[in-house]
Structure formats: structure tokens, C-alpha cells
Design a binder for this molecule. Sequence first.
Ligand SMILES: Cc1cc2nc3c(=O)[nH]c(=O)nc-3n(C[C@H](O)[C@H](O)[C@H](O)COP(=O)(O)O)c2cc1C
Length: 334
Amino acid sequence: MNLYSSLARPLLFRLSPEVAHHLTITSLRVPLTSRLLSLGKKTPSDPITLMNLPFRNRLGIAAGLDKNAEAPLAWRSLGFGFAELGTITLHPQPGNPKPRVFRYPQQQALINRLGFPNLGAEAIATRLRHLRERHTLHDFPIGINLGKSKVTPLEQAPLDYLGSLKLLQPLGDFFVVNISSPNTPGLRDLAKPDDLRRLLSTLQDFNRSCPKTKPLLLKISPDLAISDLPELVAATKEFELAGIVATNTTIQREAKEPNETGGLSGRPLTARALSLMHVLRPLLAKEQILVGVGGVMNSNDYQTRRAAGADLVQIYTGMVYLGPHAAWEILKTP
Ligand SMILES: Cc1cc2nc3c(=O)[nH]c(=O)nc-3n(C[C@H](O)[C@H](O)[C@H](O)COP(=O)(O)O)c2cc1C
């Protein structure tokens, strides 16, 4: 038992998940909060260069936790090696009606159907520009996760993602193309080979025309058929993507799993996300990286994901259940 599980978590869990999240992010925007929370702690150090970027360790914040790029410095203070911000869409949007996030403490799970609420690419670009002007985030890469605006028809998805990339390209260290969230109607259809090729070629053509080409990765769903993966990986090779982020939340449910509509994350996802690692690693090119995410809830899960071939590992739900010392607990650093 630590102070988070004995005191802070029970208090936060009395609030609705979204209110608790808002409160947490708001307090982490104050630099003193994360400095106090990390007092006496050593930065977990396991330096590695991947995608030509220096990472001080391999554990990062998964997309969705900091959708509007509010607290990148806090994630660094809390011991993480990198953060993936977003999902960011070209147009600002409110997301789906509330309630839209549900907690299942006994199963160490969450279900969400947020639908990408965010301030939009332009406002977040302004925020990131200020951050870059004031801080050199040396050895703490910032990834930016891009999604489709709800108002944009699926046929125009490539131009919508491109609009965001144009605004954000100079501001991220790497970019993640999200075609896997279950809460934007039709988004997962973008994994169909022809649509995927059109999307990736549009983004990579622009990316290559920029003064500095940034690594692009693809974030995939755990609900894809295993038989679809070879063609999907082939597309990532054809357009020279730096790697794959696996996985997003699942819409599948086993008999005893919580049955709210939305994407399920946390412990029930561990085995499914892990099994995809074993399929993906041999399909990927040697230079492509694999980011393992989904149900990493403790140090053992982290080690297992690494052993299955994950170059980097991310958490979201684990952060909710473990609290601000998650990075130290998972990386076993005092
Ligand atoms: C409340 C919530 C919001 C999320 N929002 C996003 C998002 O905006 N974009 C995205 O790519 N993934 C999003 N995710 C998925 C996570 O990034 C991650 O892929 C998934 O939750 C599995 O990891 P976990 O079991 O550690 O939570 C979200 C997850 C949760 C729980």
C-alpha cells in the first residue's frame, strides 16, 4: 500500500472518471505538483536511441491521457521516457455525450467512448510552439497522435489528417496515425488496404517534403483479424513507416467482462495485445519499431511485452490504477 492506493485513489474514484481525470491534469499543469510527486526519486534510466531519437527509458504515456498537450513536462518529471499526445483532429470537437468513461476497479479496466474531444490542431500547435520555445525536451521525445475529425466524411479522411500534420509536423518528434479508435464512426475502415495506402501516401508525401522528415507510425486495433496483418504491415513498409503501435482499446468482450459500449482497456486487454506482438514482430522490417500498449499494469507485464519484441511500451489504464509513481513501479527504479 502506498499513499496513492491508500488515500488519493479512493478519493479520486469517488469522482466520475472524467472529473477525476480533469482534476489530475489540471494539477499536473502546475510544475510544482509533479516535482513534489517525484521528490527523492531517481529518473528511471535505460537510454536507447530509436527512430534516431534519444529515449532516456522505454516507458511512455499512451495517447488519450493528454489529448490537448497540457502536461508534457509533468510526464517527464514523473519518470517516463516519452509521451504520445492527442488524439488531435483538424477541427476542434467536443466528443460524444457524457457519461463516456467507465471504471471497473475489480477488473482493473476502463471503458471509454470519448470520440476524440480536443481543442483541434491549430490551438494545440500554438500550445506546443510555446513549449518548444521555452524548453529543450532533450531525451524526452514527444509523439503526436492524429485522428479524423468527426465532421469529415471518410472519403476525405486523408486530407483531414494531412491538415493536422501540416500544422503540427515541425512540433512533434514522431507522429502516430490513428486508424484504430472504436469511437469515431468508420475510422477502423481506414485499415482496409486501399484506404490505408491512400492515407499513408498522402501523409508521407507531405512529410518527406518538409525540411525535417519525422518518423510516422501506425496505431492499430486489437480487433483486426490476424490474417489482415501481413497486408497491413506490407503497407507500412511500402510507405517507410517507422513502426507500429499495438494496440488501441478493444470492442470485443468475453462473457464476464464489463459490457458498456466503447473501447475496453487495462487488464482484460493484456493477453490480446500481447498476442499481437508475437504476430507483428516477425512481419516487421528489422529497422521498424514496435510499441507495445494494452493492459500493461505492472513490472511483469512490462518485461513480458519487452520480451515479446516491444521496443517501447506505453500505459494509460495502468496510470489510473497505479498513480503518479507508475513509471518507477513498472521500471523498478527507487
Ligand atoms: C479514457 C481513454 C482515452 C483514450 N483516448 C485515446 C486517443 O485519443 N487516441 C488513441 O490513439 N488512443 C486512446 N486511448 C487508447 C490508449 O492509448 C491505449 O491504446 C489503450 O487504452 C490500451 O492501453 P491501456 O490498457 O494501458 O490503457 C484511450 C484510452 C482510454 C482508457
